[in-house]
Design a protein around this ligand. Structure first.
Ligand code: F6R
Length: 264
């Protein structure tokens, strides 16, 4: 794991956006894995600005989102398809036909999950997967106890996740308690993963992910197995890390190495 600790949420978003921008510049046909929630919004704003400035183009890119509520159509204002259109797709030059979000309104959700996996494979696999982390350590909607090799499937949300996301739903609005999510095994197959976390309320989950044991009780700990996982966090989210100074030291050494390599 590469652990990057930055001052604040704005710096986290900018750092994450630069990884995605560099990916698109290197490979315009990139397959991007995307996430919803509060954390990636600022990153998407950075990508929109870069797209408008002509620094990056999504015109040849494909995207796959991590998850979707089961029971909501893409037109529902709380669906993740709607979120992605609002927060990114409608503001950049991506072809919406190349943007994929699990089908929350699928007649047969089991088949839809299999089809989603097949589409990712047909696209050549995810080049860079963006992730957030739940307070309980979930990634995607892989809640604690999720199989560490799980594939895209229907998952029941925990009460903690339902409560955390209740802020997005009106008092009398139906809030789904089921989802379709890429599995942990699916996520681990992305060539690179970039997890962003900000704020003190993520500090316990970040500590468990980085310093805890590899265990289904903390799904994000599965990233310990990934060859190229970049964890980008602000100081508040890093505040419960026991080896904070060591991670900062490693990253400073890494920056020096990158600067040297750039001169070759
Ligand atoms: C969203 C997703 C979730 C969120 C997580 C953190 O597609 O898969 O795992 O990344 O719940 O959400 P925020 O960023 O709202 O704290």
């Amino acid at each position: 794991m590469q652990i990057v600790i930055l001052n604040d949420a704005a710096a986290v978003a900018a750092y994450g956006a630069n990884i995605f921008a560099a990916q698109l510049q290197k490979k315009p046909t990139s397959v991007l894995g995307l996430a919803t929630g509060s954390t990636p919004v600022a990153l998407y704003q950075e990508l929109i600005a870069k797209n408008k400035a002509g620094e990056i183009s999504f015109s040849h890119a494909t995207s796959f989102n991590l998850d979707e509520y089961l029971g909501l159509t893409g037109e529902h204002s709380q669906s993740y398809r709607y979120f992605m259109n609002e927060q990114l797709f409608s503001h950049v030059d991506i072809n919406k036909e190349n943007t994929f979000v699990p089908a929350g309104d699928a007649e047969n959700p089991i088949t839809a999950c299999k089809e989603y996996e097949a589409k990712i494979v047909a696209a050549g696999g995810v080049d860079v997967q963006l992730l957030g982390i739940g307070r309980n350590g979930h990634i995607g909607f892989n809640e604690p106890s999720s199989g560490l090799r799980s594939r895209t499937r229907v998952k029941t949300l925990t009460k903690a996740t339902i409560d955390d996301n209740a802020r997005f739903f009106g008092a009398d609005e139906y809030q789904p308690h089921l989802s379709i999510t890429m599995g942990i095994g699916t996520i681990l197959e992305a060539k690179k993963v970039v997890l962003l976390a900000t704020g003190e309320n993520k500090a316990d989950a970040v500590h468990a992910m980085i310093e805890g044991p590899l265990m289904a009780a903390c799904p994000a700990s599965a990233l310990q197995l990934h060859q190229d996982a970049v964890i980008v966090i602000d100081k508040a989210a890093a505040s419960k890390l026991a080896d904070l100074e060591f991670y900062q030291h490693i990253e400073a050494e890494n920056q020096k190495l990158q600067a040297h390599l750039a001169t070759l």
